[in-house]
Design a protein around this ligand. Structure first.
Ligand code: GRF
Length: 200
């Protein structure tokens, strides 16, 4: 299954997916292209260094529909079957979502539906939660809302700061995303309403 990774920043989740593939922990998939919407995204540079195909579609100052159409064109040109948002700081247009219906994943650093939106780990820490975590979900037209594929939890310790908690969550993200992609690639699941169900 060909993956298209979209990112805006440091790209540690992208690198975790790439490492899982290279180390044989995630099989049956390959990264066909990495697309960034910000020229300076360190993840874009990392993808180039790894020799992966990359594309830059700068979103700033461009209409969402136009920008998304350019991304869709690139994804199609590379035969992408599954789109993985990995720190992609931009909402997708309805056209993008319907072009890859149930074929777009996102990772979010909270146990959704708690703390959607920006700085979720910091929101959770400030709220005083005792358990935090991350969520991999299918992307629908609402922010951080689509069907949940998997979640991983972490404890919050008394001596934590928002930063130490965020680092603990990120560590789990790096395990969760490759695992979720593997599940989708296996095809052994069905979606019933909001339920994501594994089939044997
Ligand atoms: C991660 O915390 C992810 O959950 C969120 O954005 C951050 C991206 O980090 N959507 P990275 O670029 O993958 O390092």
């Amino acid at each position: 299954m060909k993956l298209g990774v979209l990112l805006s920043g440091r790209g540690s989740n992208f690198l975790a997916i790439d490492a899982a593939i290279r180390e044989g922990r995630l099989t049956g998939v390959e990264i066909a292209v990495v697309i960034a919407n910000i020229a300076e995204a360190p993840g874009l540079e990392a993808a180039k260094k790894l020799g992966l195909p990359t594309a830059l579609h700068v979103s700033k100052g461009r209409k969402r529909e136009e920008h998304d159409a350019a991304c869709i064109e690139t994804l199609r040109a590379y035969g992408v079957e599954l789109v993985c948002l990995a720190g992609y700081m931009r909402l997708l247009s309805p056209e993008f979502i319907s072009a890859f219906q149930n074929r777009i994943l996102n990772i979010h650093p909270s146990l959704l539906p708690a703390f959607p939106g920006l700085d979720a780990q910091y929101q959770a820490f400030d709220f005083g939660v005792k358990v935090a975590g991350c969520t991999v979900h299918f992307v629908d037209e609402h922010l951080d809302h689509g069907v949940i594929l998997l979640q991983r939890t972490v404890p919050v310790h008394d001596e934590d700061t928002a930063e130490t908690l965020a680092a603990r969550i990120l560590n789990e993200e790096h395990k969760a995303y490759p695992e979720a992609i593997g599940r989708v690639a296996s095809g052994k699941y069905e979606i019933r309403g909001r339920q994501y169900l594994l089939k044997s």
